[in-house]
Design a protein around this ligand. Structure first.
Ligand SMILES: Cc1cc2nc3c(=O)[nH]c(=O)nc-3n(C[C@H](O)[C@H](O)[C@H](O)COP(=O)(O)O)c2cc1C
Length: 400
C-alpha cells in the first residue's frame, strides 16, 4: 500500500516510557514513503534525545514553541503542512490538555491549529488509564472526531499486567494508513443526510414533535464530508451548529422535509434518512391559539404524513438508501420488515430501551442490517463512531 507515500506526518512524541517506540514508528512511516516531522514535548526529551528522531526522520526535531533562530518551523506552518497528526506515545497529560483546548507548548498549539485528522496512541500506567478524568477526556476528544488507537492490555513498564500499553508501532502505522485512505472514500459522490425532529403545528404556539436532537444525523453529515463526499444536510429544528463543509437546509414540518428531500433527490448518489420525521400531523392548524376554556377538552385528529423513505425506495434505482428504525420491541424483525417494504440498502436499528441509545444522548447502540440480510451489532459508542461504522458499511455496499 502506498497510501502514505509523500504524505506529511506530524509525529508528536510525549513524556512516556514508551517514547523509544516512536523510533520504530518513524522507520515504518519512512519505509512507506511518508515525510515525518517529529515534534517532542519537553518531557519527551528526558526519555529519548531528539538526535535519535532527527537522524531517523532526516529532519530537525521541533521541541520549543519559542525559539530565536530562523531554522525553526512555526506551529502554524507545521499545522498547515500536516496531512495527519499522530501522537504516539500520548501521555495522560497531553490527552487532558487537548481535551481542555490548552495550547501551552509546540505540540498542543500545533494540534489546536491544524485541520488535519488527529490520531492518538495512548501509553500509560493502568491506574492512570482507568482514571475517570482521563476517560472523560478521551470521550470528549472522540466526540469531536479525534481517533484513538489502543492502548492494549499487557505487561507495563511497572511490571504489572494491565491496560495502558501502547499499541504496536506496526498496528499504529496501519491504522494511520487506513485513516488517510478514508479521506478519499466518497470523492465525487453526493449524499443527502436528513437529521433532527420535525414539528407538526397545532396552533400558532404549539406543535407535536419528538425528542430527536439531530446528533446522529449531524455526525453522519460531518463524517461523510470528512471522507470526501459532498453532503446536503436537511435538518428539522436542532440546537446544533451545522458542519461548515455541508450544504445546509433547515425545515420545520414533515411536509417541508418531504418537499426539500424530493427536490434534492435527483442530484445525489445516496440518502441517509436519520431524521425522526413525524408519522402524523394534526388535520387542522388553529389560526390563533387553542383556548384554555374548552372545559371538556377536545379530540385531536391526526392524518398520516407522507412516507418519505418509502417514496424514495420506489424511485431509487441504483442510489444507496439508508433508513433508521427505532423500536422498543422486536427490533430486528421490525428493522428487516422496514428494509424490505421500503426497498432500502441498509437499515440502522436502534433499540430505544437500551441505556445510551437513541434520542438526545451522545452515544448510540445500533444494529446494521443490509439488504442481503447481513447483521452487524455496534456496541455502545459515540455517535461520531457510529457514523464511521455506517459510512464503512455504505462503502462496502457501493463496492458491491
Ligand atoms: C519514568 C517516567 C515514566 C513516565 N511514563 C509515563 C507514561 O507512560 N505515560 C504517561 O502518561 N505519563 C508518564 N509519565 C509522566 C509524564 O512524563 C508527565 O505527566 C509529563 O508531565 C508529561 O508531559 P507531556 O505530556 O508534555 O509530554 C512518566 C514519568 C516518568 C518520570
Amino acid at each position: 500500500m502506498d497510501t502514505i507515500k509523500d504524505k506529511n506526518v506530524l509525529l508528536g512524541i510525549t513524556g512516556s516510557i514508551a517514547a523509544y517506540k516512536a523510533a520504530e514508528i518513524i522507520r515504518l512511516l519512512r519505509e512507506r514513503g511518508a515525510r515525518v516531522y517529529p515534534v517532542m514535548t519537553q518531557a519527551a526529551t528526558h526519555f529519548v534525545h531528539p538526535l535519535t528522531f532527527q537522524t531517523l526522520a532526516s529532519r530537525k526535531v521541533t521541541v520549543k514553541l519559542f525559539e530565536e533562530n530562523d531554522e525553526k518551523i512555526s506551529h502554524i506552518s507545521l499545522a498547515q503542512l500536516a496531512d495527519v497528526v499522530l501522537i504516539a506515545p500520548a501521555s495522560a497529560n497531553i490527552i487532558g490538555k487537548l481535551s481542555g483546548g490548552i495550547a501551552d507548548d509546540i505540540l498542543t498549539t500545533t494540534a489546536l491549529a491544524t485541520r488535519a485528522p488527529i490520531l492518538i496512541a495512548p501509553a500509560m500506567n493502568n491506574v492512570m488509564y482507568e482514571n475517570l478524568l482521563l476517560q472523560e477526556n478521551i470521550k470528549r476528544l472522540k466526540a469531536i472526531g479525534v481517533s484513538f488507537i489502543g492502548p492494549e492490555k499487557g505487561k507495563l513498564a511497572s511490571g504489572e499486567i494491565g491496560m495502558g500499553r501502547m499499541s504496536a508501532p506496526s498496528q499504529i502505522v496501519e491504522y494511520l494508513e487506513r485513516t488517510i485512505q478514508s479521506k478519499d472514500d466518497f470523492q465525487g459522490k453526493t449524499f443527502l443526510v436528513t437529521a433532527g425532529p420535525t414539528r407538526e403545528p397545532l396552533d400558532k404556539v404549539r406543535f407535536i414533535t419528538s425528542f430527536s436532537s439531530g446528533k446522529m444525523g449531524y455526525a453522519l453529515a460531518e463524517e461523510g464530508a470528512a471522507r470526501g463526499a459532498s453532503i446536503i444536510l436537511i435538518s428539522g429544528p436542532s440546537l446544533l451548529e451545522p458542519p461548515r463543509e455541508v450544504e445546509f437546509y433547515s425545515v420545520e414540518s414533515a411536509l417541508e422535509m418531504h418537499e426539500k428531500v424530493m427536490e434534492k433527490f435527483a442530484q445525489v448518489d445516496g440518502v441517509i434518512m436519520a431524521a425522526a420525521v413525524s408519522d402524523y400531523r394534526p388535520t387542522m392548524k388553529e389560526a390563533g391559539k387553542i383556548k384554555k376554556s374548552l372545559k371538556e377538552g377536545f379530540a385531536l385528529k391526526l392524518v398520516q404524513n407522507p412516507d418519505i423513505l418509502k417514496e424514495l425506495g420506489r424511485k431509487k434505482r441504483n442510489k444507496i438508501l439508508v433508513g433508521f428504525c427505532a423500536e422498543v420491541k422486536n427490533l430486528e424483525r421490525e428493522a428487516k420488515k422496514k428494509l424490505e417494504v421500503k426497498n432500502l440498502d441498509l437499515v440502522v436499528a436502534n433499540d430505544l430501551t437500551l441505556e445510551g441509545a437513541g434520542f438526545g444522548v451522545d452515544t448510540n447502540v445500533v444494529t446494521l442490517i443490509d439488504k442481503e440480510g447481513k447483521v452487524e451489532h455496534l456496541s455502545k459508542r459515540s455517535k461520531k463512531e457510529v457514523a464511521k461504522g455506517i459510512w464503512d458499511k455504505i462503502k462496502k455496499l457501493m463496492e458491491r
